[in-house]
Design a protein around this ligand. Structure first.
Ligand SMILES: CC(C)(COP(=O)(O)OP(=O)(O)OC[C@H]1O[C@@H](n2cnc3c(N)ncnc32)[C@H](O)[C@@H]1OP(=O)(O)O)[C@@H](O)C(=O)NCCC(=O)NCCS
Length: 214
């Protein structure tokens, strides 16, 4: 049945052919199959996966879960999504990854996810990388709203969302069965029109200034 209301005014601009983002200490680019073995170093760690929606992963597990979007720089399509590697610029080490996915094309909304190698935590790398990818979501992909869904026990992740300027919009009580318990979910959101202010308030606004895409 067609809607009696006019469609939303949101229009997704064309995605870039390639995505490469440079920040002060990091390079972000779409992950490809050649990166998968290096992803196992952290995605295979049970502690890293404690709040992730999958158990520790082998290379085959990673390919089965996200192989269809490796190399993607577009959010569109049935399997749209952009998995992005976080590479330390000083030594080209893969220290984690991010993803933009679950595009809601009618409302211009996209979800962001993140994971860091445990050896790279505590140095602000995730803050720097997430800030740069949120900036790209707004300025390169034309997205109007970025959201993050976080287990309420995952304090490191909630603090990361807050460091990059995301707003806690909901605390959903026992809304999901996760890892043998009814878990609470925190929903964070940020609008494109809020982004300059949020970026300025964030501790690493300099990183977004040096972001560029090609
Ligand atoms: C969530 C996760 C990415 C956060 O990592 P993190 O290292 O805490 O975040 P950052 O890299 O931004 O580092 C922040 C820390 O570095 C410190 N820091 C040092 N230099 C910094 C800088 N230049 N800028 C910002 N923070 C800096 C901060 O004070 C903070 O320290 P604290 O943890 O003692 O408060 C990480 O815990 C993780 O990968 N968890 C497992 C995967 C997961 O749960 N994903 C989320 C699913 S929803």
């Amino acid at each position: 049945m067609s809607s009696p209301h006019p469609p939303s005014p949101f229009a997704l601009p064309p995605a870039p052919q390639q995505l490469r983002i440079e920040t002060e200490r990091l390079v972000l680019r779409p992950l490809i199959d050649d990166d998968v073995d290096r992803m196992v170093a952290y995605r295979g760690d049970p502690e890293v996966c404690r709040y992730l929606p999958f158990p520790p992963q082998s290379a085959d597990d990673i390919r089965a879960r996200i192989g269809h979007i490796l190399g993607s720089s577009t959010l569109l399509g049935e399997n749209g999504g952009i998995p992005v590697g976080i590479f330390r610029a000083s030594d080209d080490q893969l220290i984690g990854d991010l993803v933009l996915f679950h595009l809601d094309e009618q409302n211009g909304s996209v979800e962001i996810g993140w994971v860091l190698h445990p050896g790279a935590t505590g140095q602000g790398y995730a803050t720097e990388a997430v800030t740069a990818l949120v900036d790209a979501a707004f300025r390169i992909y034309g997205i109007r709203r970025v959201v993050a869904r976080i287990d309420a026990e995952n304090r490191a992740s909630a603090q990361l969302a807050e460091r990059v300027g995301m707003r806690l919009e909901a605390h959903l009580v026992e809304n999901t069965w996760f890892a043998g318990r009814w878990g609470d979910e925190l929903d964070y959101g940020l609008l494109a029109r809020e982004w300059p202010a949020a970026a300025a308030a964030s501790s690493i606004s300099k990183a977004t200034d040096s972001t560029r895409a090609s």
